[in-house]
Design a protein around this ligand. Structure first.
Ligand code: ADE
Length: 244
């Protein structure tokens, strides 16, 4: 399988490069399951002070990243990969909320480009001409898109075949079935007077699965009513389809 190509355009390339060295993501890049290129937006500034921002037309606080450095960074990426389908993502609190399904789909793409904003944001013309999708990682404002890009990159890369030594653990993650994960225990069976639930020690796999599903449902119902209701609706739809 070809490595997933990931390009990140940023004014702080060091942030992205640092994260890219660590953990499962770092290993995936070292093993060439994915390839990372980080582009410094300041390299595309057109003045000797490397300014990439300017005041917003119409006034108001904050600065806006100019279109020219962004378009020229894209020209460079495009010229390096003339025949590839690039899928470009802009990180912004105005984007759609990123979730596991998006991660799943993005992990099957050939080449992702992440455009990280700073200041108030980027010129609208770059958004309209260059960006395929806009994502937010939550309802809060970060000082730049780099951490958001890396949250997404982490979630995507761990889904690549061979990225985790234990592929099964990815399959049983919290979200793939739309439910939160059940409580987890490891040795010892008793710790400071606290016991591991008996059923998990029983070796009875059917009972263990039943226990896990009950706890996933319970946890999801208590903590994420939205996910719980979605799950129940999906079950109902499936039952209706089968009944037809
Ligand atoms: N940039 C700033 N805040 C962000 C957020 N919450 N999600 C994605 N990109 C961002």
């Amino acid at each position: 399988m070809n490595p997933l190509k990931i390009d990140v355009i940023s004014t702080f390339p060091g942030i992205v490069e640092t994260f890219a060295e660590m953990g499962i993501v770092g290993r995936a890049f070292k093993q060439n399951l994915a390839q990372l290129n980080v582009w410094n937006l300041r390299d595309y500034a057109d003045d000797r002070f490397r300014h990439i921002d300017d005041e917003p037309y119409g006034g108001g606080p904050g600065m806006v990243i100019k279109p020219d450095p962004i378009f020229r960074a894209f020209d460079d990426i495009r010229s390096r990969y003339p025949d590839e389908a690039l899928h470009t993502i802009y990180l912004t609190p105005q984007g759609k909320p990123f979730n596991q399904e998006h991660a799943q789909w993005l992990s099957t793409q050939e080449h992702l480009v992440f455009l990280c904003g700073r200041y108030k944001g980027i010129d609208q013309r770059a958004r309209e001409a260059l960006v395929d999708e806009e994502f937010s990682i939550g309802d809060y404002v970060l000082s730049g898109g780099e951490l958001a890009a890396f949250v997404m990159i982490d979630a995507i890369i761990r889904l690549l075949p061979d990225a985790t030594s234990d592929g099964d653990s990815v399959i049983s993650d919290t979200f793939p079935f739309g439910l939160l994960d059940a409580p987890l225990y490891t040795r010892p069976a008793e710790y400071r007077g606290m016991q591991v639930p008996e059923v998990l020690l029983s070796g009875n796999h059917a009972e263990i699965e039943k226990w896990r599903l009950e706890h996933r449902l319970e946890r999801t119902k208590q903590r994420r009513k939205d996910l719980f209701e979605q799950y129940m609706r999906r079950l109902e739809d499936r039952d209706n389809e089968q009944g037809q």
